[in-house]
Design a protein around this ligand. Structure first.
Ligand code: ZN
Length: 147
C-alpha cells in the first residue's frame, strides 16, 4: 500500500482535476496554485527523482509539460511566458517524493507577485486549497486547447 499522495492520484484513490492522462503520465491542477493555471505533470510510476525515471517516462513527461505550456499560451490565461520547475530532492523543496514538473503561467513584471505567492504558500497550505469550481474552469480551458 503506497502512502504517496501522487500514487494515490494516479490510482484514483484521491481526487484530482485532470487536464490530461495517458498510459505514462497524469497532468492535473495544483490545488495550492502559485498562480492561476498552475499544472503538475507526474509519471504513473513512483520514482523520487527525474534521473531515476526510465528514459521513455522522462521524455514523455517533458513532452507533455511542453504540450500543456502550448495549451496555456492558447488559453484565455494568455501567459507571456511559462515556468517549468522540478524540485528534484528534499533539499530543493521537493514536498512530495514522487517526480513532478510544475508548469506555471508567467507574465511580464510578475516576479514580485510570484515571489510573494511562493512565500505565502505555507499559509495557503494552512488555509486550504483553491475552490474546485475555479480549478475546474481553468482545467476546462486547458483541456479545450489540448484537444
Ligand atoms: Zn508515488
Amino acid at each position: 500500500m503506497s502512502h504517496c499522495v501522487f500514487c494515490k492520484i494516479v490510482k484514483g484513490e484521491l481526487p484530482s482535476i485532470k487536464v490530461h492522462e495517458d498510459d505514462k503520465v497524469v497532468a492535473f491542477m495544483d490545488i495550492y496554485p502559485l498562480r492561476r493555471g498552475h499544472v503538475l505533470v507526474i509519471p504513473k510510476i513512483h520514482q523520487q527523482q527525474l534521473h531515476d525515471l526510465p528514459a521513455e517516462y522522462r521524455e514523455h513527461l517533458v513532452n507533455t509539460a511542453s504540450r500543456i505550456a502550448k495549451a496555456l499560451y492558447a488559453s484565455p490565461l494568455k501567459p507571456a511566458a511559462v515556468h517549468y520547475m522540478v524540485n528534484d530532492g528534499p533539499a530543493a523543496q521537493q514536498t512530495v517524493p514522487h517526480v513532478h514538473m510544475h508548469v506555471l503561467p508567467r507574465y511580464s513584471d510578475d516576479s514580485l507577485g510570484f515571489v510573494a505567492r511562493l512565500l505565502r504558500k505555507p499559509f495557503d497550505l494552512a488555509l486550504g486549497p483553491q475552490k474546485p469550481a475555479e480549478l475546474e474552469a481553468l482545467a476546462a480551458d486547458i483541456r479545450r486547447q489540448l484537444a
